[in-house]
Design a protein around this ligand. Structure first.
Ligand SMILES: N[C@@H](CCC(=O)N[C@@H](CS)C(=O)NCC(=O)O)C(=O)O
Length: 215
């Protein structure tokens, strides 16, 4: 289905989950790359005019509304393509999906990974974040034992989880102690649409790193 959706993203950031969701759904969007450190879009304009929090993802819908927060943006994308089955439509499974989106957003993304990735973090914050990994990865590992996905099939929660787990590699966090989680990560990364999104964003990330910092 052709849409006029627009996604504001930064390479390899959490917004990659929305790109994965769009590709998995066979959907389209216009992608706007954001330099979140400089707070600017590629044309030099202020990102704060789009999102005062200066965070990606931001989704501009067909109707021209601006949505933020991964859990909301992902659910919105899934709901635009119901035939792709990226989110259960109703019932307990719908809440289960929201449960995982919330878990990934709060327990992994913000609690564990932001202190490890943020250049303004410090040793204490990093040590605290690392001390939180075991219980959270252990919880995922136990849940994924004997399952292919977080729910019964691939959903936007898997798109978000594989995006967040991708950061583990940047901080030398091995998944080996959690074999079901590691196997899940390998399996989801091997999906063609996931692999495509990751390869494209890695190329954009490297190009961004190679550019001199904006002065
Ligand atoms: N609560 C937001 C957090 C989004 C977020 O942390 N985005 C990061 C990239 S992964 C970002 O834009 N960081 C730039 C900044 O906070 O200045 C959500 O769940 O969407």
């Amino acid at each position: 289905m052709e849409t006029g959706m627009e996604l504001y993203f930064a390479p390899l950031a959490c917004s990659m989950a929305s790109r994965i969701a769009l590709y998995e759904a066979g959907g389209t969007a216009t992608f706007h790359q954001v330099d979140t450190r400089a707070g600017r879009l590629a044309d030099g304009s202020e990102f704060s005019l789009i999102n005062p929090m200066r965070q990606v993802p931001v989704l501009r819908t067909d109707a021209g509304d601006t949505l933020t927060e991964n859990a909301v943006v992902l659910l919105y994308i899934a709901d635009q393509y119901p035939e792709a089955g990226l989110a259960p439509r109703e019932g307990t499974d719908r809440y289960r999906l929201q449960q995982w989106l919330s878990f990934i957003g709060t327990e992994l993304h913000k609690l564990v990974f932001i202190p490890l990735l943020d250049s303004t973090s410090n040793d204490g914050a990093r040590e605290y974040a690392r001390s939180r990994i075991d219980r959270r990865f252990g919880h995922l590992d136990a849940h994924l034992h004997g399952r292919d996905h977080l729910l019964d099939r691939f959903t936007v929660a898997d798109a978000y989880l594989v995006t967040v787990l991708n950061w583990a590699g940047f901080r030398a966090i091995e998944l080996a102690p959690w074999p079901a989680l590691r196997a899940y990560n390998d399996r989801v990364r091997a999906r063609p649409h996931v692999a495509r999104a990751m390869a494209e964003e890695l190329a954009l990330f490297r190009a961004e790193q190679a550019r001199p910092a904006a002065g």
